[in-house]
Design a protein around this ligand. Structure first.
Ligand code: DGY
Length: 464
């Protein structure tokens, strides 16, 4: 018998065995992923993780809906509908919906006090800030499999599409004071990358002398080692900002003048671009006019390249609107223009080289949240080094989009390895030398890790 590619009978057998072992592992893990999403479901919405995050979170909910859509479409649709129940009348989509009461989280609804705000919904307490836009691309990806084949999905789409447009319109009208096409965030919690070294210079500039101490109110430290979580000093600053926004009843025009925190974040704006692109696709399916969205998108793509691209370093950096400077810290947010399709081939090649040199760096799983050669890199601390599965998922799509097939496969391989050998954790120690059983960090039983695992293995997302 002739063997193609010089595969000997013995190695062929070995390859077959590996294939079946892998299939077995992924079947077992898929069942576990579904169990996690089912356990974390509170009847129509899914909490990110049982102990740390007991409510519905905005960007988590988008990734979760995508995972749910593979095995429980009704719950996926409910997830999205319940997220938009929290939407404010000015279009703002809050970062947390407090659908039920739970003492195990700080800051809860009493701290946000959004009932005093004219735009907040009545009958559902929410937070008063937002998170990166996910629903445009999530629904667009789901539409690739479900539009026209499932009438419940088509109904959802008709209902939610205008709400996503209203959210983006809020961002372009209320969070872009100089009409540049770049949206600013006013709190590190709005970035989703809460404790990234990106925020250090802005937060350090907040004097905490007369700021209330909230250390005794924190609940996160009951479940996670304090050395892996933000400091008490920084929690003071987080709550200082919340108290400030509340004092203006969440009126963005007043907040912008007063807040020390106004950053045009690369991750947030890249996800906005990718969500705009998703909306343009959905508008086509619905027969809606997408001219306004196309205009927004062209402007944001031009602006992110003008203000955030740093030619000397070959990297995208956040822009601090308060001191009018780029924040020169290399973090994984800088790769997200790949996901957005916002960079040129030339820029994409430079980003790819950065990924290999400063993040892979010969000894680290892809993709650490902070470059390993940054002084602030810490392989164990929340957003200051560990790998996050949602970032890997966006990076995977971005690398594929620009034709970096081998690098995309490496990201996928590392992602599956981390989950299959360690578990469904919130984040992971990226160092090669760490034993797999010791890599899991933050919350366990983490919903988006489970949801995106399903998307990675079930794949896949054929859109447009
Ligand atoms: C937290 O509480 O750490 C959240 O990520 C903020 O939304």
């Amino acid at each position: 018998m002739k063997h193609v590619n010089n595969v000997s009978p013995a190695s062929g057998l070995l390859a077959h065995s590996y294939y079946f072992i892998n299939q077995f592992i992924s079947c077992k893990m898929k069942e576990q992923a579904k169990e996690i999403l089912t356990d974390n479901n509170y009847g129509g919405y899914t909490i990110p993780s049982p102990k740390l995050y007991p409510f519905q979170w905005n960007w988590d909910s988008g990734f979760i809906a995508l995972g749910l859509s593979y095995f429980d479409k009704q719950n996926a649709y409910d997830e999205i509908r319940n997220m938009f129940k929290g939407q404010w009348s000015n279009g703002m989509l809050p970062h947390i919906n407090f659908h039920h009461l739970d003492e195990n989280y700080f800051p809860g609804p009493d701290v946000w006090g959004t009932a005093e705000c004219q735009w907040a919904p009545r009958g559902l307490a929410t937070s008063g800030i937002t998170q990166p836009p996910v629903f445009g691309f999530v629904l667009s990806m789901m539409a690739g499999r479900l539009a026209g084949t499932d009438s419940a999905f088509d109904n959802l789409l008709k209902e939610i599409y205008p709400k996503i447009v209203a959210f983006h319109r809020y961002l372009y009208t209320q969070r872009d004071p100089y009409n540049e096409g770049l949206v600013y965030i006013s709190h590190n919690w709005e970035s989703g990358t809460d404790n990234s070294p990106l925020w250090d210079e802005v937060l350090d500039a907040i004097d905490t002398t007369n700021v209330r101490d909230v250390s005794a109110l924190r609940r996160d430290l009951k479940n996670v080692d304090a050395s892996q979580r933000p400091t008490n000093e920084n929690y003071k600053r987080y709550i200082f900002l919340v108290d400030l926004f509340r004092s203006f009843k969440y009126d963005d025009s007043k907040i912008f003048e007063a807040t020390p925190f106004a950053v045009q974040d690369v991750l947030f704006n890249s996800m906005l671009i990718r969500s705009n692109e998703g909306l343009i696709h959905l508008a086509g399916l619905l027969g809606e006019d997408s001219a306004e969205i196309q205009k927004w998108n062209e402007k944001t793509i031009a602006a992110i390249n003008k203000k955030c691209w740093n030619e000397a370093d070959g990297f995208y950096y956040d822009y601090n609107l308060k001191n009018k400077k780029q924040i020169l810290v290399k973090v994984s947010n800088g790769f997200m223009p790949l996901f957005a399709g916002a960079c040129s081939q030339h820029q994409s090649q430079i980003l790819r080289n950065n990924l290999i040199q400063s993040f892979r760096a010969g000894n680290y799983m892809l993709c650490s949240s902070c470059a390993v050669d940054e002084p602030e890199f810490n392989p164990l601390k929340y957003w200051r080094g560990p790998v996050w599965i949602n970032v890997n998922w966006m990076l995977y799509h971005g690398l594929q989009r620009y034709g970096f097939a081998a690098e995309a496969e490496q990201v996928k391989k590392d992602t599956l390895h981390l989950i299959e050998q360690t578990g469904f954790y919130e984040y992971f120690d990226p160092r090669f030398e760490t034993k797999d059983e010791d890599r899991g960090l933050g919350g366990d039983h983490f919903s988006w890790t489970a949801a995106l695992y399903l998307d990675f293995v079930d794949k896949a997302v054929k859109e447009m």
